[in-house]
Every structure is written in C-alpha cells, then in structure tokens.
Design a protein around this ligand. Structure first.
Ligand SMILES: *Cc1c(COP(=O)(O)O)cnc(C)c1O
Length: 429
C-alpha cells in the first residue's frame, strides 16, 4: 500500500489493532509498567531497549497519538507535551543552553513572546526578534556565532500573517541551524512545513487538533532532516556523550530520531510536562475529524472575511483568503487550496469603545480566551492575551492595538454573519 492520505491518517492513523484487540486506542491510564526481571528494567533506564517504564517519560496512548501527528506532518518522530507552551519551550531548550542565542520572527503568539523574551532570558538564553517580511540580508544580521535556531509561525496568532517558510529555511540552513515552525493555525491539513524545508514543527494541539476545547496540549515533530553531526560544534548536546545516560550520544545511537529521543529522555525526565493519557485520548478524537473540520472552518471564515470587507463600519480586515490581502500570494504557495485557517483579524472604525460594544453585543460568537475550536469566538488581544505588551511591542508583534481576533467555528455561516451584523448595528448606537 502506498503512502496514506491525510484523511485516512486522521481517521485511523497509527493504531493498527490485531485480531480481537480494541478498535479504539485504549487509554493506558497507568503510571507504571511491569517487568519480569531487573535486567530488562535496567536496559530501559539506559535507553538500550525500547519500552515503557514510567508515564512521566512515555505512555503508549500518548505515543500512538504523537505518531499520528508525525504521520500527518510527514515527520519521523513526535512527542506530545502537556501544553503548546511546553512544546515551544522544549523545541528550543532541547538545542539551546545558557549562553546560547536564537532568532525568532517578531510576530508570534503572546505566550511565546513572554516565554522567549522574559523566561528564557532568565535561563541565560537570548533571542533576537526579526521582521519576518524583511529581506534575507536584513534577517541574517540577527545571527551570531552562538545562534542555535530560527523560529516562526506558519500563520501568526493573532495577526494572521503568513510566513515565507522557504525563505526562513534558506536563512536557517545558511547558518547551520534548524528552522522550527509553529504550525498551530494552519494544521497539517492545510500546510506541512517540512515540505518547504522546516526541520522541526510544533503545535498547540489545544486549538484545531483537539478542536472541541476540551484539553490543553502540545506536540513536537521532527522531520529527521537536520544533520546534527554536520554541525556538531553547535549541537554538542545531541552529538556528544550524555553523562546522565552513561555517555550515550543521541545522534549516533538514534540517527534521525535523535532530537525527539533526547527531548523525551532528558526534558520529560527532568521537567515533566507530559499530557495525561486521558487528554491524549481526547486529542485523538479531535484528530479523527480534523480534515473535515478544518475545511469547514476555512470555508466559513472566507465568507465572513468577504462580508466584513464590504461593511462600512470595518476599517480593515486581514485574512489571506482575500484576494487583496498582503499574504494572499504566500497562502496560495504554501497552503493546500490556498486555505489558511478559520481565524480572521480585523479592526472597526472609531475608538476602543466601539470595539468593546461590538464584542459585548455578540450573542452566538462568545468572548473567550480561546481560538480555533468548533464554536465561533472573539477576543481583543490588546486587552486579553497580549495584555503585558506595550502598544509599541504590540505593533512589533504585528498586532494593531485595535485588532479584534475572530475565530470562526463550524456553525452555519449565515447564523454567524447574522450575529456579526446585529452586533455591528448595536456598536453604532
Ligand atoms: C495557543 C498557542 C500556543 C500556546 O499553546 P497552549 O496550548 O495554550 O499552551 C502556542 N502557539 C500558538 C500559535 C498558539 O495559538
């Protein structure tokens, strides 16, 4: 059988029950796993044998779900994390330590911004932010001898800017570092960054992948393409002996899976942040319909974006599905069918009170700190998710202070538009 298609991977991927076994991925709600001999257990601790011993490091339910996401992205290995934040952190911390530096697009999710600029700085890891739309020479200026990675979001939250992934991959590889992409908003249904040169992909599975707003979660996927050995001077943590595993070197022992094995064996072992098997199970239920939901989200968002664009109350609309959008051409290049996601950002004419009145008047579309789930919702980043940022920092992160982030769900689009219409009327009063 040839390589399976995305819809098939979503519905059945990476769970192949044998005769008489459960059709559905079982929830292995167990912290521990039994062995017959001390020697077998010792080999697991030394990474000499593959197997489960303690759920802080690995759990069978989680691994089936991680393997499904790896298959969707076209990667060689993946690891689930207890949140998208943990995925972002581990993806960088797995290859950076105190004294190291990395480069990131400035337009990134608010939580990632704080993680990179505040918390990682306390660990001695520095980041330089770049304008992702700048030309290559300009972005290259941010690199230093101790730079270890380049980071960006396929579609930025909440500015919905589309990243030129091939440009970023060229820049990263010219500097001998991997490109890490947060593919949360696009999902592998619309975009698979490995096909354009990205090396590592991360997700907040909390969003479209779960899709039902039940479980916080994250995932890190490795393409297996980055040659750690060729840049061993930069990545000794992957290529040189690890004293905490009797001198094992990940790149030599695990080849293309070295990065994920290291993240599991070191970061999960020492820091935790593994999702519960129950949450992995719920995530898998979401993944089973991801290919259906994403299409509906995009179809609805396209209609809402077109509606907003022709309303006199609306000052501006950003959605790459719109023909006059700044990122339309990049969306056509990188996204299947030019589809981006269900999230639209827009601004209303008038001051902040108009936006507040508009949001408070919505009935079907709810004000929630969430995005990208089945139910339509709305948020004002400047007063919610990005509250810690000054107006200048907001603009640097690609967010106008008047930006309203509208996440279009899978309801009937005529009901969504009717709700927006009545709220626009209310906001005028
Ligand atoms: C929500 C989000 C995150 C953080 O994920 P959590 O699951 O909330 O920890 C990271 N990146 C993007 C693009 C997000 O939307």
């Amino acid at each position: 059988m040839g390589k399976r298609k995305l819809a098939t991977i979503c519905a059945q991927g990476e769970w192949n029950p044998k005769n008489g076994e459960p059709r559905i991925v079982p929830i292995y709600q167990s912290t521990t796993f039994k062995y017959d001999s001390t020697a077998e257990m010792a080999d697991l601790f030394d990474l000499k044998a593959e197997g489960y011993f303690y759920t802080r490091l690995q759990n069978p339910t989680n691994d089936v779900v991680a393997a499904k996401i790896a298959a969707l992205e076209g990667g060689v290995a993946a690891m689930l994390t207890s949140s998208g934040q943990a995925a972002s952190f581990y993806s960088v911390f797995n290859i950076c330590q105190a004294g190291d530096h990395f480069v990131s697009a400035a337009s990134i999710y608010g939580g990632t911004y704080n993680l990179f600029l505040v918390t990682m700085k306390k660990l001695g890891i520095e980041v330089t932010l770049v304008d992702q739309d700048a030309d290559e020479e300009e972005i290259l200026k941010a690199f230093r001898p101790n730079t270890k990675a380049l980071f960006g979001e396929t579609i930025t939250n909440p500015g919905v800017c589309v990243l030129d992934i091939e440009k970023f991959a060229r820049i990263a590889h010219s500097q001998g570092v991997p490109l890490i992409i947060d593919n949360t908003f696009a999902t592998p249904i619309n975009c698979r960054p490995f096909e354009f040169g990205a090396d590592i992909v991360i997700h907040s599975t909390t969003k479209y992948m779960d899709g039902h707003a039940t479980s916080i979660g994250g995932c890190i996927v490795d393409s297996g393409n980055f040659d750690w050995e060729a840049h061993h001077d930069k990545f000794p943590g992957l290529t040189e002996p690890d004293p905490s595993y009797h001198g094992l070197a990940y790149s030599k022992a695990f080849g293309k899976k070295a990065y994920i094995v290291k993240a599991t064996a070191q970061l999960m072992r020492d820091l935790g942040s593994i999702p519960s098997p129950m949450n992995a199970f719920l995530l898998n239920l979401g993944l089973e319909t991801l290919h259906l939901r994403v299409l509906r989200h995009c179809e609805n968002a396209q209609k809402v974006a077109e509606y907003l664009q022709q309303r006199p109350e609306v000052a501006w609309v950003h959605y790459s599905g719109l023909k006059n959008d700044k990122y339309h051409a990049l969306a056509q290049k990188y996204f299947d069918g030019g589809r981006s996601c269900g999230v639209i950002s827009f601004g209303l004419k008038g001051d902040r009170s108009v936006s507040e009145k508009f949001m408070d008047s919505l009935k079907l579309v709810a004000i929630v700190t969430h995005v990208a789930d089945a139910r339509s919702c709305v948020l004002h980043p400047a007063s919610h998710t990005h509250r810690q940022l000054s107006d200048e920092q907001l603009i640097e992160a690609g967010i106008q202070p008047d930006l309203i982030r509208l996440s279009i769900g899978i309801e009937d689009v005529t009901d969504i538009i009717a709700d927006i219409e009545q709220a626009l009327q209310q906001a005028k009063k």
